[in-house]
Design a protein around this ligand. Structure first.
Ligand SMILES: Nc1nc2c(c(=O)[nH]1)N[C@H]1C(S)=C(S)[C@@H](COP(=O)(O)O)O[C@H]1N2
Ligand SMILES: [Mo]
Length: 406
């Protein structure tokens, strides 16, 4: 069979593959690594690695909705998904506090006011596959789908810390998960994150009429109005809008208040921008916190054949993680970046939240390179180039998409 596959063929093949995958997920063998609660429908995701489980949606699916449905939300785990027994589960708060706390899930829900906010979560490695074209990079080869925009409900981290009574000298808040990640020496260690205390205590402007200012970080128990799924951190995770996804720690079991950032591998060594990776360079580099300003073309797909004339182009733009930064402008070029036109922005300008955008440029028959760039409320403009780094983090150069109009 030599004819090119039609869209129908693709649908048939991919739904058969999805069915096979769904069966695999619930098989006893599979459940050793991902508990039954994790066996949600992941058939809408492109699996980048099975063990640990890493998957992202297609870019077309990603821009279909402003709030990303949970089954189209990327999953990024460094180790196996832990099976948490909520009856024996507790969250502890310790370190530089007068009153260390031990809280059950129900206590977190009952003792602290519930805050619901919309925030994008983005992996620092999003778009790594593009940076890897400059020079190869190991790690999950993410396209531009390691991002999602969800509504999150939980307790304000600031209120939990207030209840624990922070001591003078506190500067950072550490988070520790329950996932046993295999280390090189054969031992296992949990994933950890850390954020400056300032961010934990910050607030962002109210989202919508009559709303209260949103907390700078929450300890979330719900995503899109449902309990967190096992893959997304059940029973509790932090959500830190504007920061790299790695600071939003899943299966959260411990919060430590400290005068320094966490010594956990994922703060002290990984998630740093380095080029050589020598012990010295790694030790000197600061941990990454804020996401950079970014924008991506999701439709049409790269390499697509489109009908000449007005063409529907759509994508997302993410503000930088600087306090209060929002997306202000998105521009599209159809000539590789020589001339630009404004795209139409959807939704509202909310810090830590993406904005979907669309444009309808005229494309004559022939090859075109579509390019997008964003500007945020701090005046920052997305750069044409972004320098290569060893781990492939924060890639945020102008996003390009070649199409063939005919
Ligand atoms: N405990 C734990 N938390 C974690 C991780 C992890 O492997 N273990 N991965 C982090 C990374 S790198 C990202 S990008 C986000 C992904 O969140 P998601 O899987 O809900 O999309 O979770 C973060 N929190
Ligand atoms: Mo990540």
């Amino acid at each position: 069979m030599n004819r090119p596959l039609s869209r129908r063929d693709w649908l048939r093949i991919s739904s058969a593959a999805a069915a096979a995958l769904a069966t695999a997920r619930t098989s006893p063998l599979w459940s050793q690594d991902r508990p039954a609660a994790a066996a949600v429908d992941t058939s809408k995701l492109l699996v980048r690695s099975e063990n640990p489980f890493n998957a992202e949606p297609t870019l077309a699916d990603l821009v279909a909705e402003e709030v990303t449905p949970t089954d189209r939300f990327f999953i990024r785990s460094h180790g196996p998904t832990p099976k948490v027994d909520v009856k024996s589960y507790s969250l502890t708060v310790e370190g530089l506090v007068n009153k260390p706390l031990t809280l059950s899930l129900d206590e977190v829900k009952a003792k602290f006011a519930a805050h619901t906010l919309t925030a994008s979560l983005t992996c620092a490695g999003n778009r790594r596959v593009e940076m890897a074209r400059i020079k190869p990079i190991s790690g999950v080869q993410w396209d531009a789908g390691a991002i999602g925009n969800a509504t999150w409900t939980g307790a304000a981290l600031a209120q939990i810390l207030e209840a624990a009574e922070i001591q003078p000298g506190a500067k950072h808040v550490w988070f520790e998960g329950l996932d046993p990640i295999p280390e090189k020496d054969g031992s296992v260690a949990p994933f950890g994150g850390s954020i400056p205390l300032e961010r934990a205590l910050a607030t962002t402007p109210p989202q919508g009429a009559g709303a209260k200012p949103a907390p700078g970080a929450i300890v979330a128990y719900a995503m899109n109005d449902a309990p967190l799924t096992a893959d997304h951190g059940y029973p509790l995770r932090t959500v830190v809008p504007g920061f790299i996804g790695a600071r939003s720690v899943k299966w959260l079991a411990k919060i430590v208040v400290s005068d320094r950032s966490s010594p956990n591998h994922y703060v002290a060594e990984a998630y740093k921008v380095v080029t050589e990776g020598t012990a010295d360079e790694v030790a000197r580099a600061e941990p990454i916190y804020e996401m950079p300003l970014n924008s991506v073309i999701c439709l049409p797909a790269a390499g697509a054949k489109v009908t000449a004339g007005r063409v529907q182009v759509a994508g997302y733009a993410l503000p930088s993680g600087k306090p209060r930064a929002t997306v202000r402008r998105v521009e599209l070029s159809t000539d590789g970046g020589k001339t630009w036109q404004d795209a139409k922005l959807r939704g509202e300008a909310v810090p830590g939240c993406w904005r979907l955008w669309e444009a309808e440029p005229m494309l004559a028959a022939g090859k075109h390179t579509l390019v997008v760039r964003a500007t945020d409320s701090t005046g920052a403009v997305q750069p044409r180039e972004f320098p290569w780094n060893l781990k492939g983090y924060l890639y945020s150069a102008w996003h390009r998409c070649e199409v063939q109009a005919g």
